[in-house]
Every structure is written in C-alpha cells, then in structure tokens.
Design a protein around this ligand. Structure first.
Ligand code: FES
Length: 105
C-alpha cells in the first residue's frame, strides 16, 4: 500500500510499503529523518513516535500494553500517537497518513 508521511513543515513524502514490515522500517528505508528509531524496533526507545491520521486509525490494530507504556514517554502524546515500530503494514493501509512530530525528545 501507499503510505503518506507528513513532515512538520507540511511537506509530504509518498512511499509504497511492503505488507508485513513496520512503519518505522518503511520510514528509515525512505530517509524519513524524523523517525530516529534508536532501539531498532524493540519498543524500548520511543524515538519512532508518530501520529496516525485519525481517519486511518480503524485500519490498524490498537497498541499493545508495552507500546502504551512506552507512549507515556513521548514528548507530546495525543490520542493518535503510536510507536511506528509497532505498527505493521497491512493491505488495508492504502493512503494511511503518518504525521511526523517536530522532535522525538
Ligand atoms: Fe525504539 Fe520504536 S524503534 S521504540
């Protein structure tokens, strides 16, 4: 599916993602600098924080408990905050919009 990354300055980057990989990996592979992902996807750094457009939340699984706990550590948590390493791309994500935070910490 095609994912849309929205940068803090409003600039958009559209990428075609493979099913089964994490949104974090898609971001890193496509040079999206806002996703730092210091722990490499182990759900222990919270530097892969992003916001999923609220209209797209239905197409993804809600966060597991470990992710919810880590989300309490992010700079500006919102209802649509997610750790991108824990969001796995599926077929229903066509047009999913990933809004990138100004800063990870
Ligand atoms: Fe570290 Fe997602 S990459 S929590």
């Amino acid at each position: 599916p095609k994912l849309i990354f929205e940068k803090p300055d409003g600039h958009e980057v559209q990428v075609v993602a493979d099913v089964g990989v994490s949104v974090m990996q898609v971001a890193v592979d496509n040079g999206i600098d806002e996703i730092l992902a210091e722990c490499g996807g182990a759900c222990s750094c919270a530097t892969c924080h992003c916001y999923i457009s609220e209209s797209c939340l239905d197409s993804i699984e809600p966060p597991a408990e470990i992710e919810s706990e880590m989300l309490d550590c992010v700079l500006e948590k919102k209802v649509n905050s997610r750790l991108s390493c824990q969001v796995i791309v599926n077929e229903n994500m066509e047009g999913l919009r990933v809004i990138l935070p100004d800063s990870q910490f």
